[in-house]
Ligand binder design. Sequence first.
Ligand code: DAH
Length: 342
Amino acid sequence: MRIDEVQRQRDAALAALDAVDDAAALEAWRTAALGRASAVAALLGQIKAVPADERPAFGAAVNAARQALEAAFEARRAALEARALGEALGSDRIDVTLPGTLPPRGGLHPVTRALRRICRIFADMGFQVYQSREVETDDLNFTLLNTPPHHPARDMQDTFYVTDDVVLRTHTSPGQIHAMREHAPEPLRIILPGVVYRNEKITARSEIQFTQIEGLAIGEGITMADLKGTVENFVRRLYGPDRAVRFRASYFPFTEPSAEVDVSCMLCGGRGCQICKGGGWLEIMGCGMVHPTVLANGGYDPDRFTGFAFGGGVERVALLRYGIDDIRHFWANDLRFLEQLR
Ligand code: DAH
């Protein structure tokens, strides 16, 4: 009977310990279950009053109960401590086996990469890069390139005027005059990359700012055959050895004769597709033999020197290479677009 009471007290204390969830509650439990005012203490105090024949069994039961409670207390304390430690580690843990966080890496713009490829191809043919200014006089952008103020060809390009006679260059061609005046009468073989500006409506096919690359070769005895060979070699290195190249008669004020260069569509191989609008050919640049007036404006004697020139857009190269259908992506600075073209 008395022993039943011991076990009941023990079980009640153990049940209370189950609900203990932090150090303060654990300390309160210890006072209540094992302290001087506890049931166990009271039972210990009763041992002497128990009849002698029952006393050993009763005493053993009380001691066993006390030990059980002490052991349960220790186990609970250890569990709470381990949990607290785990929480501290969990919020400040370093897993040295995880891959590190890479710092974001920049990349070259697709137009820059296209320009570099083009420059490399021309470098192999002995062309040097000539950098020229983006803000030009009206004279250099037009007049000295054989496009006087009332020449109808000025309508071909809508111009941003800075002042009455200063413009944002509408093409890289004025660089030809700068380079010629610096080097005449030495022979010249240069390419002129750079940004140009046109006051146009922005659409999927036209931007107000884009990139051109221009070429110029001047010397004695340069012919249209040199132009054709240079352009064909360039096109096949850029677009592949199987590309066909076609020269179509055209007009530019600064060249005579002038031509436009078409390349057989690299996407359909010339059979006709959406990119080449079914025609099988893509127009990639203008070219021609440098007009005698332009040679003279650059300081070369047109009776002694001849030369060829060519020029075209660079975005278009990247556009065709990656199958992009909207030129506006290039300068929208959307990393989601640019990162796809790495
Ligand atoms: N400047 C011309 C344009 O912007 C392109 C061009 C055509 C450049 C013929 C040339 C050339 O050097 O010979 O459209």
